[in-house]
Write a protein that binds this ligand. Structure first.
Ligand code: NDP
Length: 521
């Protein structure tokens, strides 16, 4: 049985030297080239990223393929011990991981330490638990359905039918930058728990904590080749990974445009693919809701993690008779409680957005709303050290002048058809519009190409249930937002994705299901 070791991670960003992790060893990219990387709070360069290419991907997939027979045949209890060890090491290093995640991504250290990193450890424990309880080899539930059908007359009564779930082979895990380590662990834990091996390609924009994870994997005695991490761009490293003939399964989280490309490529090559994509999530606030609680939650829903949350409550519809009261309360609460600034300061609510390019994208949407004649308000907290607010909403923060900060932005008087209302901005920008009737509210919520999440706010339980059931989204909260349950399915409809993961749904996705028929005499 594995003995769980300790690990010493670098505590300062200057000591982080990112290398690929292939077959249990660290290696420079075959090209010898590195991509620049920046701390979004300062705009200063930090740990460069290997610019990996097809050759590195080939090497990593080969390592994963070679490790597959050993890993998939290892008893579940031994794999579970390794997963629990990874979880322990993540927990022990929570502060280091949270601090360096913040310096790489811009999120606050406090939120990374309270949410991202503990959840990473929790995923490994959850799936270690699943496999020690035994992966389901159950009587097929379809059998119950079939017994009443006429076709069942052809099935001999002496036949026993069971399902078997087997590991698929080499998986490709491709992740985005808003919850860097969390997204990697959310995929990695179920993937290797059930016996797959993998190659991870984190986004080049936030690679630091994935690199730190390689040290944890080694300390946890994950056998060579089971987990390989190749750093680099989507085009140079991500695409060759998707196309690689030895990759059987792809779990991708990212934007809908990239997801469409990945889905098309994977589908053409008969690979299993899970796409978790963007969102433009509505919330419907009825006049009979608990207004105070609704406002507090909508402030969080709009600005948590700089608004860089796929489930961000970015379209808020409020019933007309409480619309002005909602807006007044919202403005007041943001100006008093949302501090924007240094992500290392525990009092900061949100930090800089991830890159200069992303800041320019977000501010271009704000300028578009201004050009269209919408009302755009920058709800800057007077206590923050803001020395300038640009017309597009960029904040200059004293002492962090090179950082990519954006004001908490409120847009009203905008048309439902505007790109600002229809496209994912992925920043601290929220649009709030009024509605009159329940029917109109549902119609507005569903007027989108996305279908990831939504929330409904009313104290009337029948209306709550009725409206929640009519919204086309993978997750719908009633009188809450982002109250997570990792045993529930997660995924989107339409441009928000094609699949469901988490809990048993991840076990389903990361395994092949076989039907076994046994004739018993
Ligand atoms: P992108 O789609 O730009 O990138 C996602 C990943 O795909 C990155 O690792 C990227 O690499 C890689 N990639 C890019 N091009 C290709 C390609 N041709 N083939 C294979 N891989 C490729 O998304 P972002 O990183 O900008 O992430 C933000 C998006 O993610 C938002 O839309 C957000 O809503 C969504 N998201 C969805 C979640 C969900 O669960 N539904 C959760 C979190 C985020 P690189 O960046 O290095 O180029």
């Amino acid at each position: 049985m594995t003995k769980c070791c300790t690990v010493t991670l670098p505590t300062e960003m200057r000591d982080v030297k990112i290398q690929n992790y292939i077959n249990g060893e660290w290696a420079a990219p075959s090209s010898g080239a590195y991509l620049k990387n920046y701390n979004p709070a300062t705009g200063m360069e930090i740990a460069p990223i290997p610019d990996s290419k097809s050759a590195d991907i080939d090497y990593a997939v080969h390592a994963a393929k070679s490790a597959f027979p050993m890993w998939s045949n290892m008893p579940g209890v031994e794999r579970a011990a390794i997963l629990n060890c990874i979880a322990d090491l993540i927990d022990q290093n929570c502060n280091i991981l949270a601090t360096l995640e913040s310096q790489d991504q811009g999120k606050t250290v406090a939120s990374a330490a309270a949410i991202d990193i503990p959840k990473c450890a929790a995923y490994f424990r959850q799936f270690a638990n699943y496999i020690t309880e035994g992966i389901r080899e159950t009587e097929s539930s379809m059998k119950l359905v079939c017994t009443t059908s006429s076709i069942n007359k052809l099935v001999p009564s002496s036949q026993r039918a069971t399902t078997q779930h087997v590991a698929s082979g080499v998986a490709a895990l491709i992740t985005p930058w808003n919850f860097p380590l969390l997204m990697v662990c959310e995929k990695l834990a179920p993937c290797i728990a059930v016996g797959n091996t993998c190659v991870i390609k984190p986004t080049e924009l936030t690679s630091v904590t994935s690199y730190l994870l390689t040290h944890i994997l080694q300390a946890a005695a994950v056998p060579k080749g089971v987990v390989n991490i190749v750093f680099g761009s989507g085009v140079n490293a991500g695409e060759p990974l998707v196309k690689h003939r030895d990759v059987r399964l792809i779990s991708f989280t990212g934007g809908s445009v990239t997801g469409s490309k990945v889905g098309a490529l994977a589908g053409g090559l008969f690979k299993r693919v899970s796409l978790e994509l963007g969102g433009k999530c509505p919330s419907l606030v009825f006049s009979d809701c608990d207004l105070e609680y609704a406002i507090t939650t909508h402030v969080r829903g709009a600005y948590q993690n700089q608004g860089e949350v796929c489930l961000s409550a970015s379209r808020q519809y409020v019933q007309r008779d409480i619309y002005e009261r909602f807006l007044d309360g919202f403005r007041q609460q943001v100006r008093q409680e949302v501090h924007v600034g240094d992500p290392a300061n525990p009092a900061t609510f949100y930090g800089p957005v991830v890159t200069k390019q992303h800041m320019e994208k977000v501010t271009s949407y704000i300028r578009l709303a201004q050009e269209e004649g919408a009302t755009v308000e920058f709800l800057v907290n007077p206590k923050d050290s803001v020395t300038n607010v640009s017309t597009g909403g960029r904040l200059t923060i004293e002492g962090l002048e090179g950082g990519y900060f954006i004001a908490p932005t409120l847009i009203t008087n905008v048309s439902q058809g505007s790109r600002v209302m229809q496209e994912e901005i992925f920043g601290p920008v929220v649009c709030v519009l009024p509605f009159d009737t329940e029917e109109e509210a549902v119609q507005l919520a569903n007027d989108t190409q996305y279908g990831l999440g939504a929330s409904v706010w009313t104290e009337d339980p029948e209306k709550l249930e009725r409206v929640m059931r009519q919204i086309n989204a993978g997750s719908v909260w009633g009188n809450n937002w982002l109250a997570w349950d990792d045993c529930m399915p997660f995924g989107g409809m339409g441009c928000s994705g094609t699949s469901r993961e988490h809990g048993p749904w991840s076990l389903e996705f990361y395994t092949e299901t076989k039907a076994l028929y046994t004739h018993t005499v």
